[in-house]
Design a protein around this ligand. Structure first.
Ligand SMILES: Nc1ncnc2c1ncn2[C@@H]1O[C@H](COP(=O)(O)OP(=O)(O)OP(=O)(O)O)[C@@H](O)[C@H]1O
Ligand SMILES: [Mg+2]
Length: 280
């Protein structure tokens, strides 16, 4: 299969969302994300409290903080996997904690999720894994590349090209490097035309060079397509390099929310240092 000529043109990427290309448009003035007085407890354990955050379309937010601070829990509240104990979540104008199952399913097609463990099917090719990103929009389960509509196959190839993996598209995912597997996972998310991508430590298992490369790819795609990114990271140097904004959580509270250009590696490292001295 060849890459369609129209997808090789320069200028705004053909797969960029029409409404959000360039990051801002009339349709994208609604915040991607609004968290108000958000809190969650599991039994008697309060894990997050009084979290207030508003994220505009196209922003790349790095979520940092020590282990156990509540970063993954916060991302799960945003994608509706957890319901808040207090406060509200609004994602693209929808409250995933109170909307019905159908609305939640629909919302999830607009929100991509990238995990530390990639979440790929190892015995399937990169191409098949990427095509699986469209399953929410197809009625039937699919077995094999040829059972997907041609238009989706072309889109999958184009997205694999966008993450630099078009030559590996027929390779089994369990034979790809960690960095390549995470790129496949990102290409799979691109199939959704997601308006928000939530990434939970997407580079935790990669070496520094692959980590930087994967994050730069995510940043470039976000800039080209205008999608919002909220990405939890432990590597503060990487957070500073790729994000527009840094949000830090410690012991369940949001303790820093700043433009990336207004903070420093020392300031972020201090958040981790203080946590080491804290009681578990
Ligand atoms: N379903 C749950 N039931 C009980 N406690 C939970 C649950 N989910 C998370 N927690 C607790 O909430 C706290 C925050 O966990 P979370 O996974 O959000 O931290 P994190 O900031 O993502 O940490 P890490 O950087 O290690 O991934 C932890 O103390 C954890 O044990
Ligand atoms: Mg976590």
């Amino acid at each position: 299969m060849t890459i369609p000529e129209r997808l090789k043109d320069s200028g705004p990427h053909p797969l960029a969302h029409q409404s959000t290309a360039g990051g801002v448009s009339a349709a994208s003035t609604q915040p991607s994300l609004v968290l108000r007085d958000l809190g969650i407890s599991f039994g008697s354990k309060e894990v997050l409290r009084d979290v207030n955050l508003q994220v505009q379309p196209g922003q790349f937010v790095a979520l940092v903080g020590p282990s156990g601070a509540g970063k993954s829990t916060l991302l799960r509240l945003i994608n509706g996997s957890h319901r808040p104990t207090t406060g509200t979540v609004s994602v693209l104008g929808v409250n995933p904690g109170t909307c019905g199952r159908r609305s939640l399913q629909k919302l999830r097609t607009r929100v991509g999720f990238v995990f530390q463990q990639f979440g790929l099917v190892g015995r399937l090719s990169a191409m098949e894994n990427v095509l699986m990103g469209t399953l929410g929009s197809l009625r039937m389960p699919r077995y094999g590349i040829s059972t997907y509509p041609r238009q989706l196959r072309e889109k999958a190839v184009a997205n694999l090209e966008r993450v630099g993996l078009v030559d590996q598209r027929f390779q089994r995912c369990d034979t790809l490097s960690g960095g390549q597997q995470q790129r496949v996972a990102i290409a799979r998310t691109l199939m959704q035309d997601a308006e928000i991508v939530l990434a939970d430590e997407p580079v935790a298992s990669l070496d520094p060079s692959a980590s930087m490369s994967v994050l730069n790819t995510l940043k470039r795609l976000s800039a080209e397509d205008g999608f919002t990114v909220v990405c939890s990271l432990h590597q503060v140097d990487l957070a500073l390099q790729v994000s527009d904004r840094v949000v830090a959580v410690r012991n369940g509270s949001l303790i820093l929310d700043t433009r990336t250009s207004d903070t420093s590696e020392e300031a972020l490292r201090a958040i981790y240092e203080k946590a080491k001295g804290a009681r578990p």
